[in-house]
Design a protein around this ligand. Structure first.
Ligand SMILES: [Zn+2]
Length: 213
């Protein structure tokens, strides 16, 4: 990159992402093409960490999420995450990352919302890691992840609709619960903090790294 600031940002982003992979998938006994999971969650946790470390602004995270929504919406043939992971190297890669990122984001919102913010995507990852870390026996990655997520009633819609199903990713209720909504800016639909938020929504927003109000 020509300029120092974006070049450094890119380097930090890459480093956060690859550090995540030292844990998942590198240190777990999971096999098969479950790329949607470890790529999507690597991207999401990297974004969330960047906001909490103040490397990027909360708005930058919303911009990346908005872009992922646009990619998923504009796909000529939308596939389930399990299916697009199989086709990752045959043109499915952008979709794996975009839809995988959204699956991770919505899982975080659903876990937080269903638990008064005591739970989160990080907890889901820790549980999965503990169960499969450094294990001599290997399990199928898709089966293990889907089983772990299906055990959470709050994640049922995401598992059925986004991971196993090929429907559009929810842009309404899940976001509204966290005080987020789509609004039009410069002719583009962009994710933003709602004009009016309740105490509950503000509490979710703070957990995501927002410190605006
Ligand atoms: Zn990766």
């Amino acid at each position: 990159m020509a300029f120092e600031y974006p070049a450094k940002q890119r380097l930090h982003e890459q480093l956060r992402h690859e550090l995540f992979h030292l844990w998942i998938p590198n240190a777990v006994g999971l096999t098969g093409t479950y790329d949607w999971f470890y790529e999507g969650f690597a991207m999401y946790i990297s974004l969330k960490t960047a906001v909490s470390l103040k490397r990027i602004r909360f708005d930058d995270m919303l911009d990346t999420l908005s872009r992922a929504y646009r990619i998923d919406r504009s796909a000529t043939r939308r596939r389930s995450l399990v299916e697009s992971s199989r086709e990752r190297w045959a043109g499915g890669e952008t979709q794996v990352y975009a839809r995988g990122l959204l699956a991770a984001f919505l899982s975080d919102l659903a876990l937080m919302g269903g638990s008064g913010e005591t739970r989160s995507a990080e907890g889901l990852l820790r549980g999965l890691f503990r169960k499969h870390a450094f294990s001599k026996e290997t399990s199928n990655g898709n089966d293990a992840v889907i089983a772990a997520m299906s055990a959470e009633p709050a994640l049922k819609k995401i598992v059925d609709g986004v991971i196993l199903g090929s429907g559009p990713v929810d842009r309404g209720p899940s976001l509204a619960a966290a005080g987020l909504e789509f609004s039009s800016k410069d002719g583009e639909q962009r994710l933003a903090v709602s004009g009016r938020t309740t105490g509950r929504q503000r509490s979710m927003l703070r957990k995501l790294g927002y410190n605006g109000r």
